[in-house]
Design a protein around this ligand. Structure first.
Ligand code: B12
Ligand code: SF4
Ligand code: SF4
Length: 348
């Protein structure tokens, strides 16, 4: 094996990455499936996914001379979920701690700098999430795991609590063997989805996905998805969480551990956040992606779903909020709280 390859493997482990794998930089074999996905509009309004298709479907067009795709997986496996509490919301597991983009990118940047010091003739470039690369596909090609029926990468050892980063190199290294799909007859992830967002196994329609609505979408969330949003205030873990391959996952990277205050945040606290308060409450956090408007919109809906009577005064104030989707969500939540559910005692 190439000395450089062994060095990368050692460095990845030393820096806390759970997985590292190598693939030949070639044209994406599932290009047609990906183009059909876009063609069908399954990417909702994430138009940036349509950009630079020639780069996304072949890393050699993204990085001239690319020969090897190195994929790094950082685990964020952690303790079991706290029991549901109607006065509190749920943030997706990956977003409870520091932003993985920063953590992983900083680590890959340092690794790259050392690599270039030792092998100055090599060219390298790294991305975490934001590059035009199909990261799950490359993780599959690099033998880190397989693409499961929920569309996520599943590692036999770490399950699907893995975040991915990619480095392209202009050196040909030994490719790892892809891993066989071990989903078998299991359909837990497809069955667990609260909004039936899977058109078929492996194919997600983001227009029906709560992760899309609660993180990416600006403005009002369609009525049909507000009830299913439940207590989620940022992202959705349901399809990943039920995967049986998570069961024996060892604890994740220290730097990606969730902050206690994000484990199960109080809805009343989050409803009060203004723009500055939001920035101070979620420093260096993936939650910033939704901006204050997206988060408070989601929290209002969660308060409505929980019939949280104590939220009524704050919701009343939010009815004059000028940020996208907030006033509309507050009005919806107030009406929802007023609805009596037979046999259910109001809380709050
Ligand atoms: C856009 C995006 C989203 C969108 C759309 C999701 C989607 N399914 O594409 C939304 C906002 C909904 C989303 C949600 C989530 N996301 Co996201 N997302 C991305 C992003 C930025 C681009 C994905 C993309 O290009 N999609 C287009 C589709 C069609 O491409 P693809 O998923 O790569 O699929 C190809 C391969 O799977 C391949 N393939 C391989 N084998 C097989 C087998 C068959 C049969 C088929 C048909 C295809 C196939 O073919 C497909 C087409 O070429 C990636 C980062 C990146 N640059 O890749 C993160 C990424 C996929 N997201 C991630 C995460 C963690 C999530 C969430 C869990 C977050 C949360 N808790 O809320 C959810 C999970 C939802 C889900 N079940 O997919 C991680 C996934 C890690 C992992 N273990 O797989 C990534 C890789 C970010 C990262 N750097 O770690 N996400
Ligand atoms: S993230 Fe949630 S809504 Fe989206 S596909 Fe998975 S279970 Fe369904
Ligand atoms: S839950 Fe089952 S079907 Fe879904 S990815 Fe995991 S093993 Fe595959």
């Amino acid at each position: 094996m190439h000395e450089l390859q062994e060095w990368i493997q050692r460095q990845a482990a030393a820096r806390g990455f759970a997985e590292v794998g190598f693939a030949r930089a070639d044209a994406v074999r599932t290009r047609e499936a990906w183009l059909a996905w876009l063609e069908a509009g399954h990417h909702a309004d994430m138009q940036w996914l349509e950009k630079v298709p020639e780069k996304r479907s072949d890393p050699r067009n993204l990085f001239e001379g690319a020969r090897t795709v190195v994929v790094f997986g950082a685990s964020y496996a952690g303790p079991a979920e706290a029991p549901h509490d109607p006065a509190r919301g749920r943030i997706a597991r990956y977003a409870r701690g520091r932003d993985y983009h920063d953590v992983m990118f900083k680590s890959l940047k340092r690794l790259k700098a050392e690599l270039l010091e030792r092998w100055p003739e090599v060219r390298a470039r790294a991305w975490v999430d934001t590059g035009p690369l199909l990261e799950r596909y490359w993780a599959g090609e690099a033998g880190i795991g397989w693409v499961g029926k929920h569309g996520g990468l599943v590692s036999q050892r770490h399950g699907c609590w893995l975040l991915l980063g990619v480095m392209l190199l202009d050196v040909a290294l030994l490719p790892d063997d892809p891993v066989a799909d071990r989903c078998g007859s299991c359909t837990r992830c497809l069955d667990a989805c609260p909004t039936d967002a899977f058109v078929q196994p492996y194919v997600l329609d983001a227009r029906r996905c709560l992760s899309y609505w609660s993180i990416e979408a600006r403005g009002p969330i369609p009525e049909e998805f507000r009830g299913p949003l439940g207590d989620r205030v940022f992202g959705c873990d349901d399809c990943y969480a039920v995967c049986p391959w998570n069961r024996d996952a060892p604890p994740g990277m220290k730097e990606l551990e969730g902050r206690p205050e994000n484990e199960h945040p109080r809805l009343l606290e989050l409803l009060q956040l203004d723009v500055d308060g939001f920035r101070a409450r979620f420093p260096k956090s993936p939650v910033k992606r939704a901006k204050r408007a997206g988060l408070v919109r989601n929290v209002a809906i969660a308060a409505g779903n929980a019939r949280l009577h104590a939220a009524q005064p704050l919701l009343q104030q939010l009815r004059t909020d000028t940020e996208p989707g907030v006033a509309e969500a507050a009005a919806w939540a107030q009406a929802r709280i007023r609805q009596q559910i037979p046999g259910e005692a109001p809380d709050g």
